[in-house]
Ligand binder design. Structure first.
Ligand SMILES: O=C(O)CCC(=O)C(=O)O
Ligand SMILES: [Fe+2]
Length: 363
């Protein structure tokens, strides 16, 4: 994979349990906290939700992030290294000040520390690319909360707990899926691991690998994008854009296109896979065998990354898969809590199809 291309990024990463980490030092930690607080103060942000309306300002302000962080993120954006993703550690998150972990879908976390923490997440996301959302997911909300919800224990949703959340690419079915997914940990008292594997670790026989590069596979939209699920959880605005978004999802569900699982550079390919929402019966034995071999091989190389408060997992959503181990939820305000954003390298490809107050919710 080679070393760093930029002098500043060189030697910045440590490797812990096979995972690359950038640990901010005390000066960087303090600098980042004061940067986020300054942004919030200068723009009179009183509620974390307001940050979603300030994406342009955040993108400009992001150029002030600590230099070593900018160097690592720039190298990651330009070269894809470290391959698949990395963890940023020692970010300013005061667990005692963020308040209780939400318990229901419609909860809107509030308060000064949640606002600061969200600013940190959006600043980092805005340096790497452009944060965006989907109109078909939680009304186009940009910053999503990952915490267990009573009744979802066994579902294939971020809000599940008792069941393992099978590894996947985020929104794998979607042509405009994220380039990067960022998961910022506010609390994780039981050290519940996120699962992670870069595609460079995937070992499948050459013959099957060749099949993976062919358009012989089908991924359906996951439940979180359906009209039924959204009307039961966050509710749907009865305006035409929402209807359009769910109509597009319905079409993707009804007449899905055939896609390849691997694409791009044969030595460092992009990956697109979500076994829980794929058709396994393809009327194509060679493709079926290649899919099952890939599932087995990925499962075998899955790493556990137990995020701690103040750690941010940046996943290259086109070069790595992720999931989550099962755990027992508490539902008492002390549950595991992550804040998540989708980030794209290419806003231009969705021009004319982005709406919402922040103009970043895709139809
Ligand atoms: O809870 C986790 O660690 C990952 C959840 C997940 O896959 C997601 O929110 O996209
Ligand atoms: Fe995910």
């Amino acid at each position: 994979m080679g070393g760093s291309q930029t002098r500043l990024a060189e030697g910045a990463l440590s490797h812990e349990d096979g995972m690359p980490y950038l640990r901010l030092n005390t000066a960087e930690h303090t600098e980042l906290r004061s940067l986020a607080e300054t942004f919030v103060k200068e723009h009179g942000v009183e509620h974390p939700g307001t940050l979603e309306e300030l994406l342009g300002e955040l993108a400009v302000f992001a150029h002030r992030l600590p230099e070593r962080l900018r160097a690592v993120l720039t190298e990651f954006r330009l070269t894809g290294r470290p391959h698949g993703g990395l963890v940023l550690a020692n970010l300013p998150v005061d667990e005692t000040a963020v308040g209780a972990t939400p318990v229901g879908y419609t909860a809107e976390p509030e308060g000064a520390e949640v606002t600061n923490v969200t600013a940190v997440l959006l600043l980092i996301g805005s340096l790497l690319g452009a944060p965006f959302s989907y109109l078909s997911q939680q009304r186009g909300k940009l910053v999503l909360d990952v915490f267990p919800i009573a009744g979802h224990e066994e579902q294939q949703l971020g809000s599940s707990s008792a069941s393992l959340l099978e590894w996947h690419n985020e929104d794998a079915f979607h042509p405009n899926r994220a380039d990067w997914v960022m998961l910022l940990c506010l609390r994780n008292p039981d050290a519940v691991p996120t699962m992670f594997a870069p595609v460079t670790d995937l070992k499948v026989p050459a013959e099957q690998r060749e099949v993976l590069f062919q358009e012989r596979f089908i991924i359906l939209p996951d439940e979180s994008h359906t009209a039924e699920f959204n009307s039961e959880t966050t509710g749907i605005d009865p305006n035409s854009r929402h209807a359009e978004a769910f109509e597009r999802i319905r079409r993707m569900n009804q007449t899905p296109e055939q896609i390849s699982i691997l694409s791009g550079d044969p030595d460092a390919p992009y990956v697109r896979i979500d076994p829980a929402f794929m058709q396994h019966d393809l009327d194509d034995p060679a493709a079926e065998r290649a899919l099952e071999a890939t599932i087995e091989a990925f499962t075998a190389c899955m790493k556990d990354v137990a995020l701690a408060t103040g750690q941010l997992l940046i996943i290259d959503n086109k070069r790595a898969v992720h999931g989550r181990r099962p755990f027992r939820a508490r539902y008492d305000g002390t549950d595991r809590w992550l804040r998540r954003i989708n980030v794209t390298a290419d806003l231009r490809s969705s021009a004319g199809r982005r709406f919402g107050g922040h103009g970043r919710a895709l139809v």
